[in-house]
Write a protein that binds this ligand. Structure first.
Ligand code: ASP
Length: 358
């Protein structure tokens, strides 16, 4: 028997619309190979100033998060599920500037931003200035799936999270001594007032703790994941504490759909990291996907054009990860380093940190 059917083939080339297939072929539709990329922030991350223990800790954590996403995708899960699973792990890891371990605002608080977008439906959810929800990425997802809105902020976002049963924590949950001392150092250097130590924070240690990285390394440090699932759908998610010593109420690019986060099955999925003020004005994530969609550019060329030409022309810095429904994968950054990983079904996980790595 011949069936008229539309099918997507594995390499991602959209094929045959209305062509004929045998019943056997139709019964075993070809699947996409899943793939994913992850970033843990771009910045002044250099071999010369990175100690081996810290580097190993970053690599281990990136591996754990990427493997969590891979597990979801490998069992046929959706790209949205994979993005959320990996980002939750990174949010809980104080090494990264997202969730616990987020950088601190100039007045001594952790204010968290996150977004997620489903390329299959163009649905999106975003939150900004969250202070009580343990996993901002899951809150962004709840906004996408359980509210008629795209973006919620501040106390309203946390109240919504509590209402849909997402774990709430005391704001001091996000506090880490290293981020606090890094804030104090920056404020002192800039001659700005030092805010009081936040309520609920542990007592100040007697001796100064060792900074986890050089002073400037992680002024940025957002986490992001983009994924392609076996159904051929791409998604993107980003989560961050924003930029260190930001003004309270400041919102960066990460939760702005089209700036730090974007996904569409018509083009690509992107998560960015860098100085949000530039990414917002360039609508970086959407710009990459627009170049792919309207100019037919290969993904890597589109990513490089936005980071190395458009972002640099504005004197901005940062990087991004991106993926297309046909399985192209790209990263691009103009900083000395970007914590990053990529993995494709059936292939090895690759992790990179410095700009001299592939
Ligand atoms: N893009 C983030 C922001 O500006 C910071 C980062 O990527 O590290 O909020």
């Amino acid at each position: 028997m011949k069936l008229a059917i539309r099918v997507w083939v594995m390499a991602g080339v959209i094929a045959v619309s209305g062509s004929t297939l045998t019943a056997q072929q139709a019964a075993a539709p070809q699947q996409h190979k899943w793939a994913l990329l992850l970033h843990g922030g771009a910045g002044v991350i250099q071999r010369a100033t990175m100690d081996p223990k810290t580097e190993a800790a970053y690599r281990a954590s990136i591996k754990q998060a990427a493997e969590a996403a891979a597990k979801v995708l490998d069992s046929g899960g959706s790209s949205v599920d994979a993005v959320e699973a990996a980002i939750q792990i990174l949010e809980d890891d104080p090494l990264f500037n997202a969730g616990r371990g987020a950088v601190v605002t100039a007045d001594g608080k952790n204010e968290l931003d996150a977004a997620i977008m489903d390329g299959a439906t163009l649905k999106a959810g975003a939150v900004a200035g969250v202070t009580r929800t343990r996993h901002p990425i899951s809150l962004a997802r709840a906004v996408m799936e359980k509210s008629p809105h795209v973006m919620l902020i501040g106390a309203g976002a946390d109240a919504f999270a509590a209402g849909v049963g997402l774990e709430q924590v005391d704001p001091s949950f996000f506090f880490t001594e290293r981020r606090w001392q890094s804030l104090v150092k920056q404020l002192k250097n800039e001659g700005r007032p030092i805010p009081p130590r936040p309520a609920g924070a542990p007592p100040e240690p007697v001796s100064e703790i060792e900074p986890i990285e050089p002073a400037d390394a992680h002024k940025y440090g957002t986490v992001g994941v983009v994924a392609l699932d076996r159904q051929g759908n791409v998604s993107a998610g980003t989560s961050t504490g924003g930029t260190q010593a930001k003004r309270w109420g400041r919102v960066g690019d990460s939760p702005i759909i089209g700036a730090g986060t974007f996904a569409s099955n018509h083009s690509c999925a992107v998560s960015g990291t860098g100085v949000g003020e530039y990414f917002i004005r360039l609508t970086v994530a959407r710009e990459v996907c627009a170049l792919v969609e309207y100019k037919g550019m290969p993904l890597q060329a589109a990513a490089d054009q936005v980071i190395h030409k458009e972002l640099e022309a504005l004197k901005g810095d940062g990087g991004l990860i991106a993926i297309t429904p046909d399985g192209q994968m790209a990263w691009s950054f103009n900083t000395p380093g970007m914590y990053r990983a990529r993995m494709r079904e059936g292939a090895k996980l690759e992790i990179g940190i410095y700009n001299d790595e592939p």
